[in-house]
Design a protein around this ligand. Structure first.
Ligand code: FAD
Ligand code: 2HG
Ligand code: ZN
Length: 496
């Protein structure tokens, strides 16, 4: 079925030529252009950091990478690409997990990494304005001296950039406390697909003057324009942060534990993260622990990391101590054991076990990643169903998938299901996992992407979480902004 606003196919896009490079050289200095074409003749290896994604799963085809330093340069590049029908893949830290930042055919990669200055920070309002290519951790460090923190935090903080975070609408570890970027991003500067600069770099908290256009670019994964600047509300740093790591005998205890923790900790609870036994053991094998006494952990099925952020360290740790005591002394304890961090070093090592899992997976083999929203009560069932499916297909074991595990942001209903292919990605493994997992998610009315996005990985899975009318209107919006389909073609929307 053709849609009224069908998107031109890739065959309408042109590859970069020698003449195009000569034009880019009028916009950018020589060191801002990488190309395997003459006259640059960079090696394919020079382009690997831009052509291969963080997992090593997606291998891009770009011959040319452009690294502008100013919004004007971005605008000039995009205007030219529109006139020549050259596809553009906006890229920030290239840490995305769904193949969104990789060139599918011969689109150029437009890397924002050289646009990395803080534009302003107001320590009274907490509003930070910055270039899109600022690394998340650098921004955290910058505002730490004013006693503020970024409203988001994730394991990739040392490499991901704020423009990429906003383009994926990244969730992460502080979502439970500070909510979505749809709430904390106050303004954006965006170069639209015709090269026009949309300046909505507002720092206002309240602004009900019609359609809030910036919201469209948050989570658009580069399909509607290139984010070049952001303004974002940063909260004051909490005076005290504590955390606690708990071992649970059964998965069924997670829900009542979450209720108890919420009730006892109230407003100081800032994270509630889940790790199943397989993920915990993998973390230990890779040197991320042990943080609990193995004898006390026994046959625990899963683990929870809870964090508090409050105003008074002693008061908060007393609350956590009371929580731990009441959990341990209950008639039918919800936990086997638990530990409360006693120092900044211990606080960091409890978090390291949770944050380090994604990197451990990379070391084990090639991970198939499924970032799902499903009802909390179903987390374990979903993981078990996937493992059972692989066993029934004879694909579980050294020759196929070696481990299936679940971890994630319980407090947000977000399960990260990972299946490790020890010896690499193979079509029959993917065929066993998909669409099986997507159908399972749809049966629970969940989401096939809770926080990582659709990218190129899940375009055909979009329909499991969005109905026809929604997809039709997404296409219409895409067409309004990018009628030539030059901006990150082949991403988010399924091909027609
Ligand atoms: P990229 O990978 O460069 O790009 C991501 C997408 O945004 C692509 O579609 C790209 O085209 C588009 N894009 C990039 N820059 C721009 C721009 N300036 N304008 C328009 N479009 C643009 N995600 C979470 O949500 N929560 C987590 O807890 C989390 N943890 C992670 C931990 C690890 C170890 C890793 C590797 C990834 C993790 N992620 C997590 C995935 C997450 O999506 C990214 O880390 C991050 O948000 C992407 O930022 P980036 O700068 O690397 O963007
Ligand atoms: C996390 O929460 C990230 O750690 C990555 O979103 C999830 O590794 C994953 O699948
Ligand atoms: Zn996550």
């Amino acid at each position: 079925r053709r849609h009224a606003h069908s998107i031109p196919s890739f065959t309408h896009l042109n590859a970069v030529t020698h003449d195009d490079l000569a034009h880019f050289a009028k916009i950018l200095p020589p060191n801002a252009i990488l190309s395997t074409l003459p006259p640059n003749l960079n090696s394919a290896d020079d382009l690997v950091p831009y052509n291969v994604d963080w997992m090593g799963k997606y291998h891009g085809q770009a011959t040319t990478v452009l690294r502008p330093r100013t919004t004007q340069q971005v605008s000039d590049i995009v205007k030219f690409c529109a006139s020549r029908r050259i596809g553009i893949v906006p890229q920030c830290g290239n840490t995305g997990l769904v193949g969104g930042s990789i060139s599918l055919q011969k689109e150029i990669v437009l890397s924002l990494g050289a646009m990395n200055s803080v534009r302003s920070f107001d320590p009274v309002s907490g509003v930070l304005a910055a270039d899109a290519g600022c690394i998340l951790e650098s921004l955290s460090d910058y505002i730490a001296r004013y006693n503020h923190i970024m409203p988001l935090d994730l394991g990739a903080k040392g490499s991901c950039q704020i423009g990429g975070n906003i383009s994926t609408n990244a969730g992460g570890l502080r979502f439970l406390r500070y909510g979505s970027l749809h709430g904390t991003v106050l303004g954006l500067e965006v170069v639209l697909p015709d090269g026009t600069v949309l300046d909505q770099l507002s720092t206002l908290r309240k602004d009900n003057t019609g359609y809030d256009l910036k919201q469209l670019f948050i989570g658009a994964e580069g399909t509607l324009g290139v984010i070049t600047g952001v303004s974002i509300l940063t909260p004051p740093a909490p005076r005290a942060s504590n955390n606690i790591f708990l071992a649970l005998p059964h998965f069924k205890n997670v829900l009542p534990l979450f209720q108890t923790v919420k009730r006892q900790l109230g407003e100081i609870l800032s994270a509630f993260e889940y790790i199943d036994r397989t993920a915990y053991d993998m973390g230990l094998e890779h040197g991320l622990g042990p943080i609990l006494n193995p004898d006390e952990v026994g046959d625990a099925q899963c683990f929870v990391l809870a964090e508090t952020s409050g105003g008074n360290h002693d008061h908060d740790s007393e609350k956590l101590n009371n929580l731990l005591e009441s959990l341990m002394s209950a008639d039918e304890p919800l936990i086997y054991t638990g530990t409360l961090s006693q120092s900044p070093g211990q606080f960091a090592s409890l978090w390291a076990l949770r944050e380090g899992l994604t990197e451990c997976l990379q070391k084990e083999g090639k991970p198939y990643k499924y970032d799902l929203s499903v009802p909390l009560a179903e987390f374990q069932n979903v993981v078990d169903a996937v493992r059972a499916r692989l066993i029934s297909k004879g694909l579980y074991g050294d020759h196929g998938i070696t481990k299936v595990m679940g971890y994630g942001h319980v407090g947000d209903g977000n399960l990260h299901l990972n299946a490790i292919a020890k010896y690499g990605y193979r079509p029959e493994l993917e065929a066993a996992l998909e669409p099986f997992i997507y159908e399972l998610v749809a049966s629970h009315k969940g989401s096939v992407s809770a926080e990582h996005g659709i990218g190129s990985m899940k375009t055909s899975a979009l329909r499991y979480s969005k109905n026809d009318v929604s997809i039709e209107w997404m296409r219409k919006i895409k067409h309004v902004f990018d009628p030539l389909n030059i901006m990150n073609p082949g991403k988010v929307l399924p091909s027609v």
